[in-house]
Design a protein around this ligand. Structure first.
Ligand SMILES: *Cc1c(COP(=O)(O)O)cnc(C)c1O
Length: 361
């Protein structure tokens, strides 16, 4: 039987070797006789796991030394408000690029704790089909930061590039949850990046924050202690109990990504795969991609059926072929395939074949 493949945009696909390694460690970590989950977070063993994960992340993304790597919780959704609290605060103001469902949610949460200004929007009557590119962003003098969602996972839109910060520029803050560790990025373009771990790094419960340290000094207390980014940095992300299992899994995922050759290799592989997918979708009369050509995501490929009443049949046929979780985000509808680093060429072949056959039938 062909193994089932997940294209879910909610959880990462895990490489088989990672699952096997983690299974061993979760039973007996490093010959200690203890499962990883039993390691107290003050234990040297856990500190070693955490430090190794951070070293790998720093190498993979070439994170400069003046940037902190923080391991937090709460998910990206939790940090929508936390980012605003830490960087703008109650009297502050922040600019937001309005690009899709996730940027709207980020804005709504930030608006609860600071003033929010929309610096650009590409919404039209049909929702979001293109991105407002940096040249269209209005500067906002009083803004503490400018927020961008690098990959709009519900609509299938992804920014290809980000502006280089000029002297005294408003720092760019990015929700990178939708395409974290899918391609190389120039960390210096950003003041702060945050991402939930479960879409590329394994399991929910861990949120990664990469922040230029001088920005963390701008915080305006009072802040909840565990979400005070400067405090997290001082305490090496151990203000309170970190999610030990999720961090262990993330460390093993990062090891695997390094073994695969790093983000340039994974990014190129992904580019080729998504080009194939979009070509099949564009070439068929059964499917339509709404996202504007240059803004199409290489992470979340979103498409609709020309005859929407046949979508249930399509998803059913996919599931019978072992291809799962292809339904789109409920708020947007349609279908969606998230391309995961751990997918094989065969997984892609199977999806392409399914689309082809369905279109011809
Ligand atoms: C999934 C997703 C989120 C939400 O992540 P949670 O971990 O559920 O909070 C936020 N932003 C983007 C771009 C996403 O794709």
């Amino acid at each position: 039987m062909t193994p089932p493949v997940s294209f879910s945009a909610a959880t990462a696909t895990l490489p088989r070797v990672v699952v096997e390694r983690v299974r061993q460690d979760w039973l007996d970590w490093n010959g200690t006789g203890f499962p990883v989950a039993e390691l107290p977070f003050s234990d040297e063993g856990f500190k070693e796991i955490q430090a190794a994960a951070e070293r790998r992340l720093r190498r993979l993304l070439a994170i400069p030394d003046d940037y902190a790597v923080l391991l937090s919780q709460g998910g990206a959704y939790g940090h929508f408000a936390m980012v605003a609290l830490n960087l703008a605060g109650p009297a502050g103001r922040a600019g937001y690029v309005d690009s899709g469902l996730w940027s709207r949610r980020a804005m709504d949460e930030a608006a609860k704790v600071c003033d929010v200004a929309v610096v650009a929007s590409a919404a039209d009557d049909d929702g979001f089909r293109r991105l407002p590119l940096p040249a269209e962003w209005r500067g906002d003098e009083g803004a503490a930061y400018c927020h961008v969602t690098t990959n709009e996972s519900a609509e299938g839109l992804q920014f290809a590039d980000f502006p280089a910060p000029g002297p005294g520029a408003v720092p760019l803050v990015a929700d990178m949850t939708g395409d974290f560790l899918t391609r190389p990025v120039d960390i210096r373009r950003f003041g702060l990046i945050y991402a939930s771990a479960q879409k590329s790094l394994g399991a929910a419960g861990l949120t990664i924050i990469i922040a230029r340290r001088d920005l963390l000094e701008r915080r305006r207390p009072p802040l909840p202690t565990v979400f005070d980014y400067a405090r997290l940095d001082e305490a090496r992300s151990r203000v309170n109990t970190p999610p030990v299992l999720a961090i262990h899994l993330a460390g093993e995922m990062l090891r695997w990504m390094e073994d695969e050759g790093g983000l340039a290799v994974l990014g190129e592989r992904r580019r080729q795969r998504c080009r194939r997918l979009y070509a099949v979708l564009d070439g068929s009369s059964a499917f339509v991609c709404r996202a504007h050509g240059a803004d199409r995501s290489a992470s979340t490929v979103c498409f609709h059926l020309v005859r929407p009443e046949r979508q249930a049949e399509f998803l059913d046929r996919a599931a019978r072929a072992g291809l799962h979780h292809l339904a789109g985000h409920p708020a947007v509808g349609g279908c969606r395939a998230m391309l995961h680093n751990a997918h094989s060429d065969t997984d892609l072949d199977r999806l392409v074949e399914l689309l082809d056959q369905f279109a011809r039938a």
